[in-house]
Ligand binder design. Structure first.
Ligand SMILES: Cc1ncc(COP(=O)(O)O)c(C=O)c1O
Length: 424
């Protein structure tokens, strides 16, 4: 039993005051201090610096410099910011670039990996993977006729990744293993190095979806010898809605992997306007069309904040915050019927914690509409508590739990009929 004083509001304030990283909260636009935002794993908050950066890009670079800006930094932006994301993810300069969406990048890299693995026809994944990733795989397999087989390894409990079963399923037909490094519902995080090593022993390549890991858990792409990766920038990287995604291709693989969307920006000499495609060297040939400069520019300030604060320190804070939340769950929410639907051991968990309840959907609606708490919801019964270590605080979590209790004890959720909002 956790001593009540360890979970008091005063104690939450003390924990916030004692942590120097709490100051990073001030670097974000927070217009309503009473709103508890726990959805940074879906859409990260707006960094204050982004306002100034975008004003400059729009007023000066676009408004005044016009087309000259392409030669004054715009063409390099996708690589420059990719290099910074590489520093967060343990990749070298020239191994990460920003382009397109995560789904499109996944399409490009899965197609490229399959082309580089002739004679192998199985793609291994799990049933915890993000649906868009599975849809992209299905689309690729469908276009290839009956050539490819997607093997979706099931999780035994819907929480933990089936790492052992995936390793056991590897064979000489496995072309690619593709997984979400941190899975979107439960927050389970794979051991990237172990899975990659097993895949390599079987001659398979690995492709990691880092959408829920980038900016929340330390990732060592090179250290794990990972082959390929993709990920969103609008979650813990705080790049803004629909911000371009990133893709990673290990340097020694780059020349051998063809981009199936062989557009002019990935051409060796785009401004020669030659009729035939020849791929640019390095990561550049994974670009296809003109980079979206406004949304690209918006990614950089959030990445700079993470680099400044340091991933190791942020991870440590994320664990302290999520362990604190789980302590609160255990003493104050579990007795009200809430279930923990994330791994209990932080070593296997990213930076969000899922809790379930028989009335989870209506509770989630009551939190959003009546209580100024914004978590998100993933069917059938996961309320995801996204804990962004750059701006969430112990006080946020303390207040969120108090409001959750209020919703359930006061039966406020019964007023909601379950009408769905589109995105939460
Ligand atoms: C793990 C994961 N992969 C892929 C995607 C899809 O990203 P996009 O919409 O940028 O293609 C998401 C979106 O939330 C995600 O959470």
């Amino acid at each position: 039993m956790i001593a009540p004083e360890r979970l008091s509001a005063e104690r939450a304030r003390q924990l916030d005051a004692a942590d120097p990283l709490t100051a990073y909260r001030e670097r974000f636009v927070i217009t309503d201090p009473d709103l508890i935002y726990l959805d940074g794993n879906s859409l990260g908050r707006l960094p204050r610096a982004t306002l100034a950066v975008l004003t400059d890009v729009i007023r000066l670079q676009w408004g005044e410099r016009l087309v000259r800006s392409w030669g004054e930094g715009w063409f390099e932006a996708a690589n420059r910011i990719g290099g910074k994301i590489g520093r967060l993810l343990g990749a070298a300069d020239g191994e990460i670039v920003l382009a397109d969406s995560t789904s499109v990048n996944l399409f490009k890299l899965v197609s490229a990996a399959l082309a580089a693995q002739p004679g192998r026809h199985t793609i291994l994944t799990d049933d915890l993977n993000f649906p868009s990733d599975l849809y992209i795989l299905q689309g690729i397999a469908q276009r290839a006729g009956s050539e490819y087989r997607i093997r979706v390894v099931p999780s035994s409990d819907g929480i933990n990744g089936p790492a052992e079963a995936i390793t056991a399923a590897l064979d000489e037909d496995t072309a690619l293993v593709t997984l979400s490094h941190t899975v979107f519902k439960s927050g389970y995080t794979y051991d990237m190095a172990a899975v990659t090593q097993a895949a390599h022993r079987a001659g398979a390549l690995t492709l990691w979806d880092l959408s829920h890991s980038a900016g929340s858990v330390p990732v060592a792409l090179n250290g794990a010898a990972a082959d390929l990766a993709v990920g969103c920038t609008y979650k813990y990287l705080n790049g803004g809605p629909g911000a371009p995604a990133f893709l990673y291709v290990r340097r020694d693989l780059q020349a051998a992997l063809p981009n199936p969307i062989s557009g002019w920006i990935g051409q060796r000499e785009p401004f020669d306007f030659a009729p035939d495609y020849a791929p640019a060297a390095g990561i550049q040939h994974f670009l296809s069309g003109t980079p979206p400069i406004l949304s690209l520019a918006a990614v950089e300030p959030g990445v700079d904040l993470l680099l400044e604060a340091g991933m190791a320190q942020l991870r440590e804070r994320s664990i302290r915050l999520s362990e604190y939340f789980i302590d609160l769950w255990e003493s104050q929410l579990a007795p009200l019927g809430f279930r923990l639907q994330s791994p209990r051991d932080p070593a296997w968990r990213g930076s969000h914690v899922s809790i379930g309840h028989d009335d989870a959907w209506r509770i989630n609606l009551a939190l959003i509409h009546d209580m100024k708490v914004l978590p998100d919801f993933r069917r059938p019964d996961n309320i995801r508590i996204g804990i962004a270590p750059l701006y969430n605080t112990f006080t946020d979590l303390h207040q969120a739990v108090a409001r959750m209790r209020q919703v359930v004890v006061g039966r406020h959720y019964e007023r909601h009929d379950g009408a769905a909002t589109k995105v939460t």
